[in-house]
Design a protein. Structure first.
Length: 131
């Protein structure tokens, strides 16, 4: 009864993608994830990991062929929920040490969503004065 409802609610909170039975995702759900985590600050690894997981699950569905969003839109959307100084540090790291991805490399779209998320996690764990 009530115990199952509590467990189910907790599972849905931890795994919101489980309600997407068709596996296609939606732009609205992606926007909801961005809004839910708006202004993730640097140094809050737990919050960044939760955001990255939810965003990536929904974005990957939308990037599948036939794609609903481009890699560029996914990267911009992901970065939009991060605090400005955090975004600046991530971009600086990508520009200084990141590798440009072969195959999708364009001046306006040089990194995959996966690279940006990985870099965000790396930057989040390093104090600003060490970058």
């Amino acid at each position: 009864g009530a115990d199952w409802e509590m467990i189910k609610a907790e599972l849905l909170k931890c795994f919101p993608e489980s309600t997407d039975r068709d596996g296609y995702g939606s732009k609205q759900r992606l926007m909801n994830v961005i809004e839910k985590y708006m202004l993730v600050p640097s140094g809050r690894l737990e919050k960044l990991l939760a955001y990255s997981r939810e965003f990536n699950i929904e974005a990957l569905k939308l990037l599948k062929t036939p794609a609903v969003i481009s890699n560029f839109e996914a990267v911009q959307g992901y970065l939009s929920a991060l605090e400005e100084q955090f975004r600046v540090r991530i971009m600086r790291r990508l520009l200084n040490g990141g590798t440009i991805t072969a195959g999708i490399c364009r001046r306006d779209d040089p990194w995959t969503l996966e690279q940006v998320i990985r870099t965000a996690k790396e930057v989040c764990m390093v104090p600003p004065e060490e970058l």
